[in-house]
Design a protein around this ligand. Structure first.
Ligand code: CAA
Length: 240
């Protein structure tokens, strides 16, 4: 029986590439998404991967959603916490709502999803959790106190949960992507993005598939001795 993997924010961008790579590696994949119904329907039509809608920042919605997926597809053995949003702006201009939304979705989403999936993984004695952090959680980024704090929190969350999961056969790791060619990065003003790309030693944005390959390794059987680690995939922009 194929292992079931769930990818939050799985219908677009990096999440979509992760879904497609895990399918190619033999997993039974489920995508979660929050808002864009049209893109989610197109994703399922094109890939055959089922997509379930809930807000990862909503604790009860996550518990209900995971119960539904486990009843309809099977026990979740691989969790990829990929869902994330940006609300960029300098602190002086950032509203409390911009702060709160990013913390709730990006960091709260990891807690909510792990809370729902971890008990079953523990009972079965096997699990893989991969959290998508960010270079900006490692190095900080002008205009992103919310996002950098949430992503930095994901790196701490990963190391703490890795210690709790180890004796149950559950590995917990993070990937810290750099600037990847997605809609999220395309939303950065062109002049700002040009300056950022100029600081990437390999001289280009990353591809979503390059992040997905790292996730696939951490989710694999062979990844069993890797836990609590952060894999930076950033073209050399931040060597950490
Ligand atoms: N360091 C120091 N000063 C900076 C700076 C930096 N990195 N960037 C801008 N400034 C300065 C500017 O030079 C400017 O100063 P002056 O007025 O003296 O010229 C001042 O700050 C205001 O800059 P902006 O005109 O850019 O201000 P703004 O309010 O219009 O925009 C911003 C601010 C929204 C933060 C904008 O700069 C921005 O979008 N920056 C990009 C943020 C970013 O990288 N987001 C990543 C999104 S993708 C992602 O997050 C995925 C991932 O994981 C990597």
């Amino acid at each position: 029986m194929a292992r079931v993997a769930i990818v939050t924010g799985g219908t677009r961008g990096i999440g979509r590439a992760i879904c497609e790579t895990l399918v190619a590696d033999g997993f039974s994949v489920v995508a979660n998404y929050a808002g864009n119904e049209e893109k989610a329907r197109a994703f399922t039509d094109e890939t055959g991967i089922p997509a379930y809608r809930w807000d990862v920042g909503d604790h009860q919605a996550v518990l209900d959603g995971i119960a539904q997926v486990e009843a309809e597809v099977g026990p979740i053995e691989v969790l990829v916490n990929n869902a994330g949003i940006t609300r960029d702006g300098t602190l002086l201009k950032m509203s409390f709502e911009d702060w709160d939304a990013v913390m709730r979705v990006n960091l709260g989403g990891c807690f909510n999803m792990a809370k729902a999936c971890f008990p079953g993984m523990k009972t079965r004695g096997w699990g893989r959790i991969v959290n998508i952090g960010s270079i900006n959680g490692q190095a900080g980024q002008y205009g992103q106190v919310n996002y950098a704090a949430a992503k930095s929190g994901i790196h701490g969350f990963t190391k703490a949960l890795a210690q709790e999961g180890a004796r149950f056969g559950i590995t917990v790791n993070a990937i810290a992507p750099g600037y990847i060619d997605t809609e999220m990065v395309a939303a950065v003003p062109e002049a700002v993005l040009e300056k950022i790309v100029a600081k990437i030693p390999v001289g280009r944005l990353g591809q979503a598939s390059e992040i997905a390959r790292g996730v696939a390794f951490l989710a694999s059987e062979q990844g069993g001795f890797v836990t609590g680690s952060t894999l930076s995939i950033n073209g050399g922009q931040h060597m950490y």
